[in-house]
Design a protein around this ligand. Structure first.
Ligand code: NDP
Length: 454
């Protein structure tokens, strides 16, 4: 390729593909290199396959209570290989959608690893070099392995999707999104899960009521959560492993999965030769409009130190392309972004936690309700839904909405519109309930909890 490109994108995940397509639609001459599979972590070994496994796992609950609703369905049997194959077909279809989208937009998609050889020269794994006026780095993140003996014996979420068989027992190390999600889904698919978390309660940073509610529900489902369990080593033991802890007996298990965070994927990209600076976490340092320290080299998504979420990465990529090639400058707003944890029950949350709100505002009112949803009413299941609003008393603004239970993520997406547009508690109250739903609780809670300050 002798002609100079307008844009070369390194990384064919959600952010890179969006940026490439939008830039091409603005008339830019664009190429994109991807070393593995199109769609990135989200599509290939993250959000999408994870959600498919979560949906599969929840049949365990539905089948369990089907009888309470009058169904006689015999003895259900789960086939992991069949689910894996179905999941693989869907991922292959989505990857093709990504490839087709690039082709339709006129982007040259290159199936090769790309390395920066200087500020605007890119070397492809086959030896070809390419020059581009702008370079966008969108290489995402990779799982972190703690620096302990035997860490290499464990799998990460990368491998979890393609296990040949599900183990009878598994230890999941960590207490974040991935640990909570995989613990809940694997337990329902038949694996006995132990979560080993180094802190006092999993999901640090989330609202404390959500954390408590989920931990109780996980325990109810049979998941063992070991708090204050810092792991010090992983050792082979027979056909399985021993997970050694800083205190107490090691945990004997069949498989260990590390869910101890993700780091920016910058290794071997040639960033130094191009003058691209990293921050203290090893992420590419960027300005709000995604400029790196090198002129006309940009970075978006998990390779930067912002929010590790697909929709955020997509927006950053879109904003970059509109700004640089579309004559329309804008930046991705990282404020009031909704989050979901696809545990079972799932978490949906947006805005300030109660603790953060109490730090930032003089008087905070909390509205909280827990109840059994109609889906559980006919069965003996004790599982309850949690709905919580955090409100600034002075302005009446709803600062945070925290949900744990069926469809919490769907509800949080809608609640996020209200929180983002500064809706007040009064406006929530003026909204007529939609009955019978669980979400109606959002607009029917009248009495705040007693003020802890009084
Ligand atoms: P998280 O950052 O969510 O959690 C990491 C966990 O590992 C924390 O509990 C942390 O403990 C613990 N940990 C970190 N280092 C060590 C260590 N050396 N030894 C033992 N424990 C350790 O990371 P995940 O891997 O779960 O997920 C990565 C990111 O991917 C998330 O932050 C999220 O942005 C994204 N993601 C989003 C999802 C969604 O939107 N539903 C789903 C999955 C991932 P501590 O709390 O003490 O720091």
């Amino acid at each position: 390729m002798s002609e100079e490109l307008d844009l070369f994108v390194i990384g064919g995940g959600s952010a890179g593909v969006r940026a490439a397509r939008v830039a091409a639609a603005h008339g830019a001459k664009v190429a994109l290199a991807e070393a593995y599979r199109y769609g990135g972590t989200c599509v290939i070994r993250g959000c999408v396959p994870k959600k498919l496994l979560v949906l599969a796992s929840r049949f365990a609950d539905d089948l369990g209570r089907a009888r309470d609703f009058g169904w006689d369905i015999g003895e259900p049997r789960f086939d992991w290989a069949a689910l894996r194959a179905a999941k693989d077909r869907e991922i292959a279809r989505l990857e093709q959608v990504y490839r087709d989208g690039l082709a339709r937009a006129g982007v040259r998609a290159i199936d090769a690893r790309a390395t920066l050889e200087g500020p605007h020269t890119i070397r492809l794994a086959g030896g070809e070099t390419v020059r581009a006026r702008h370079v966008l780095i969108a290489t995402g993140g990779v799982p972190v392995r703690p620096d302990i003996p035997g860490a290499e014996l464990a799998i990460t979420s990368n491998e979890a999707f393609d296990l040949p068989v599900l183990p009878a027992r598994m230890v999941i190390v960590g207490g974040g999104f991935i640990a909570a999600e995989f613990a809940c889904l694997l337990q329902r698919l038949g694996t006995r899960v132990t979560v080993a978390y180094r802190g006092g309660r999993i999901l640090r940073g989330f609202d404390d009521d959500l954390r408590r509610h989920l931990c109780d529900a996980m325990a109810e489902a049979g998941i063992e959560i070991r708090n204050d369990a810092a792991i010090t080593a992983i050792r082979r033991a027979g056909s399985g492993f021993d997970v050694a802890l800083a205190q107490g007996e090691p945990i004997r298990t069949d498989l260990v999965m590390l869910a101890t965070g993700r780091r920016p994927n910058v290794d071997g990209l040639g960033l130094q030769s191009a003058g691209v600076a990293l921050d203290e976490r090893g992420a590419i340092r960027v300005t709000p409009d995604s400029r790196t320290s090198a002129a006309r080299i940009w970075a978006v998504g998990d390779v930067t130190n912002r929010l590790q979420l697909t929709p955020v990465a997509i927006r950053e990529g879109h904003a970059f392309a509109d700004t640089v090639f579309g004559g329309k400058a804008w930046v991705c707003d990282h404020d009031t972004v909704p989050f979901a944890v696809f545990s079972t029950p799932e978490i949906g949350t947006v805005g300030l936690t109660e603790a953060r709100a109490r730090q930032a505002y003089a008087h905070v009112d909390v509205y909280r309700s827990t109840f059994r949803t109609l889906g559980n009413a006919l069965s003996a299941r004790a599982e309850r839904m949690l709905v919580k609003l955090v409100v600034d008393r002075a302005s009446d603004r709803v600062l945070g909405v925290h949900l744990c239970g069926p469809d919490a993520a769907e509800m949080a997406q809608l609640a996020a519109i209200a929180v983002k547009t500064n809706a007040t508690k009064r406006q929530f109250d003026e909204t007529v309930a939609l009955h019978p739903t669980a979400a109606e609780e959002l607009v029917t809670m009248r009495e705040p909890l007693p003020d802890p300050g009084r």
